[in-house]
Design a protein around this ligand. Structure first.
Ligand code: B12
Ligand SMILES: [Zn+2]
Length: 257
């Protein structure tokens, strides 16, 4: 589940069960001590805004109304939302909802594709607002290497993750599409990342990910990054083991690993 502070609009991160991307509202510790009465009218007003942004962005997506999306993003940022939190805490759960609707036949494949295209544009909007408030990369910040699992055409997740990493000044990740293994080894050696992050959406992508993990183990000692695999296949528990790699159900683990 996704936890939001409904007062300061800070996205609190993910919480168990990770495969359930519904949203839970509450107050963060700081707001709780500052606002002991959760039924006070200003507290209620703030949580209504968060719900409205979520519901309205869904409606905007279904109507492909990018102007409404832009308005909502601006309104949310003015109300203290961190731009990247809109992607993780609002857009990602909406995509999960769309996936469920597609799976159960409530919407068509064309509807799903349309919502995906809309999501790309929302990511661009957020990217734009992040560029305006861009801070310089922390000196000595670890560099991660971010890539999709071979054959994974779910590209929204890596775009969102790249922005999240950037917002945490963790690194300037190199987003790579499907390289051949020899080329990939050369790139890893050149970038010397602390970790190689792989996004895997489907269990069928396990063979490709295992091959990359094996490739990393063959690299010379000093050039051997940790391999961390995440994505829908991991979050949903469809894949529970990847030889030589760590699995991450929660991206917040990255800021400390
Ligand atoms: C949009 C979408 C598509 C689009 C993708 C377009 C694009 N440009 O990205 C298209 C139409 C191409 C597509 C295709 C397919 N899809 Co699809 N798709 C989705 C959908 C609706 C949203 C995906 C998404 O972007 N989610 C939002 C992101 C942000 O969430 P996320 O990927 O989980 O990533 C988050 C975390 O997991 C984490 N994370 C991700 N990667 C990593 C990596 C690391 C290291 C870490 C730490 C964290 C991390 O961070 C992210 C932010 O929180 C999902 C529904 C769902 N539940 O996800 C289905 C879904 C993933 N697709 C599914 C399927 C079946 C397919 C197809 C096989 C359909 C088909 N028959 O053609 C193909 C396969 C394509 C392929 N080879 O990869 C199924 C998978 C089910 C399963 N059991 O495996 C899902 C779950 C839909 C469903 N409910 O059935 N899909
Ligand atoms: Zn708060």
């Amino acid at each position: 589940m996704l936890k939001w502070c409904s007062y300061c609009q800070k996205f609190q991160g993910e919480t168990f069960p990770f495969e359930d991307l519904s949203v839970t509202y509450g107050l963060c510790r700081r707001c709780e001590s500052e606002h002991p009465d959760i039924f006070a009218s200003d507290v209620v007003q703030h949580s209504e805004l968060l719900r409205r942004v979520y519901n309205s962005l869904y409606e905007a997506g279904r109507r492909n109304d990018i102007r409404l999306a832009q308005q909502l993003v601006e309104e949310a940022i003015a109300a203290n939302f961190k731009p990247v939190d809109i992607l993780l805490g609002v857009l990602a759960p909406l995509l999960y909802k769309i996936g469920e609707q597609w799976h159960s036949g409530t919407i068509t494949v064309a509807d799903e594709h349309e919502f995906t295209a809309f999501s790309e544009r929302v990511i661009e909007l957020i990217e734009g607002s992040m560029q305006r408030g861009r801070t310089r990369r922390r000196k000595g910040a670890p560099r991660y290497f971010l890539m999709n699992a071979p054959g994974n055409t779910h590209t929204l997740a890596v775009r969102i993750l790249a922005l999240w990493l950037e917002s945490h000044s963790i690194c300037s990740p190199t987003v790579v599409d499907h390289l051949d293994l020899h080329e990939l080894a050369q790139q890893i050696i050149a970038v010397a990342p602390k970790a190689l992050l792989i996004s895997m959406a489907l269990p069928q992508q396990l063979t490709g990910v295992t091959a990359i993990s094996a490739l990393v183990r063959e690299l010379p000692g000093g050039a051997r990054p940790k391999v961390i695999v995440g994505g829908y296949a991991i979050k949903s528990g469809l894949v529970r083991f990847v030889p030589g790699a760590e699995l991450a159900t929660d991206i917040n683990l990255l800021s400390t690993s």
